[in-house]
Design a protein around this ligand. Structure first.
Ligand code: AMP
Ligand code: MG
Length: 415
């Protein structure tokens, strides 16, 4: 009995563990997942500092200052960011400070330069609104021993900046999975042999490109095993190149055709089959197993089936290996623009264009939904999920959709 989509996801992810840690240079850590808590060894900022270009003063000295009744103070010195004041602030004086410069002892206020005459020897304060403000206390952002970035966090731009701030020059991150990608089929050639396609003998192995790109999108590294004919010996031979990889992804040859050898080859190598066939369309004939330590995901050959199953099961697997805790795309609620009927009691993942209108998100199908029609995938920005128990969905009814890569972007600035 085939598995539901949900069961299949659970069975595939159950044996998968995050890969071990490695140290990478800070610049290479972007997009990786932190394998250990990183503690701050320092206080940051390291000194009380000014959040304004202006004048450090004592609040009582500027009380009541206004344009009509300005307060004039002697300026003791100018301190830039990167310098230190050479003296404490005396009563009835000011020290000119730039943003980030240390606040002199005795000051509790920085009057912004816009509220002064910008004087260098003496300064006229024309507004007291900054009294008691514009001093950023030392240690406000980080204190020694606090977790600056927690393990399990994906390192984006902000995390990278925090790691830099606390001196983390080498970052412990989960290893990126090395993913072997192999396409099988006698009819396949690489794009370099396009003459064979023009002659009408062959088709290009588009899966070699879609799945490799999907591996990169999920954060894995691709080990391209190329194309293998429908010949078990050649298949076994080619799989030796997958040694040392963290995942093997094959496409094709996993259905019930007379030349569908993938499962047999994997079994002959000692693989344990955990799953075969899912109650979904496209993508029903999907295989999953463990070849000793290495998981194997056997995607169907049809180009749309391969992409959809890789999106649903392959990307979460790779994300789990690379230490991510959020593995799955979050579905969004959309309404169908048109009536949709599904012919078989299977969960359908239909190629759709979701547009965000003033009255919510709407989904239009991209057109014919055959699992060989890769252009339908290229036009789609979402997979519209039609459950098996809803053979007819009327226009305007709500459904879930899984956004594909660009669905979150807008052509206009909508804020
Ligand atoms: P299979 O899963 O091997 O039965 O293949 C199903 C369909 O997908 C057939 O029409 C194949 O020609 C096609 N196909 C299989 N592998 C690929 C591939 N790597 N690229 C493009 N189409 C493929
Ligand atoms: Mg085939």
């Amino acid at each position: 009995m085939p598995y539901t989509v949900h069961e299949a996801s659970e069975r595939i992810l159950a044996p998968i563990r995050p890969l071990g840690a490695e140290l990478v240079a800070l610049r290479d850590a972007h997009g990786r997942v932190l394998a250990e808590d990183i503690l701050s060894p320092i206080e940051h900022p390291p000194w009380d500092n000014s959040s304004m270009d202006g004048y450090a003063v004592r609040a009582p000295d500027v009380a009541g200052a206004s344009v009509a009744a300005p307060v004039r103070l002697r300026v003791l010195e100018t301190v830039r960011a990167g310098q230190r004041p050479s003296q404490p602030l005396l009563p009835q004086t000011a020290i000119r400070v730039m943003t980030g410069a240390p606040i002199p002892a005795g000051a509790d206020t920085v009057i912004r330069v816009e509220d002064t005459d910008a004087g260098e020897d003496t300064v006229e304060i024309r507004d007291a609104r900054d009294a008691g403000r514009n001093v950023r206390p030392r240690g406000e952002d980080l204190r020694p021993g606090v977790v600056a970035v927690p393990r399990g966090m994906t390192i984006g731009a902000a995390q990278l900046g925090v790691l830099a701030s606390v001196g983390c020059v080498e970052v412990p991150v989960h290893r990126r999975p090395r993913v072997a990608v192999l396409s099988s089929g006698d009819e396949l050639v690489d794009v370099g042999d396009f003459d064979a396609v023009r002659r009408g003998d062959r088709i290009v192995s588009s899966n070699s490109y879609t799945i490799a790109a999907g591996v990169l999108e999920a954060g894995g590294e691709v080990v391209d095993l190329g194309i293998v004919p429908d010949d078990p010996d050649a298949y076994v031979d080619r799989l030796t190149a997958a040694r040392g990889c963290d995942l093997l992804v094959t496409t094709g040859g996993v259905s019930v055709g007379a030349f569908d050898f993938t499962k047999d080859v994997l079994k002959s190598l000692g693989a344990e089959l955990h799953l075969w066939r899912i109650r979904m369309r496209p993508g029903a004939p999907l295989g999953f197993g463990m070849l000793k330590e290495m998981p194997w995901l056997g995607l169907p050959g049809n180009p749309v089936s391969a992409m959809v199953t890789f999106e649903l099961f392959g990307k979460p697997l790779i994300r789990k290996q690379r230490g991510e805790s959020r593995l799955f795309r979050r579905p969004i609620e959309v309404r169908a623009r048109e009536e949709i009927t599904i012919a078989a009691p299977l969960t359908h993942f239909l190629r759709a264009v979701v547009s965000f209108e003033s009255d919510g998100a709407w989904a239009c199908l991209t057109g014919p939904q055959g699992s060989g029609l890769l252009t339908s995938m290229a036009r789609a920005n979402a997979l519209l999920v039609v459950p098996a128990e809803r053979p007819v969905v009327r226009a305007g009814e709500a459904l879930s959709a899984l956004p594909l890569s660009d669905a979150g972007y807008s052509a206009s600035f909508e804020l």
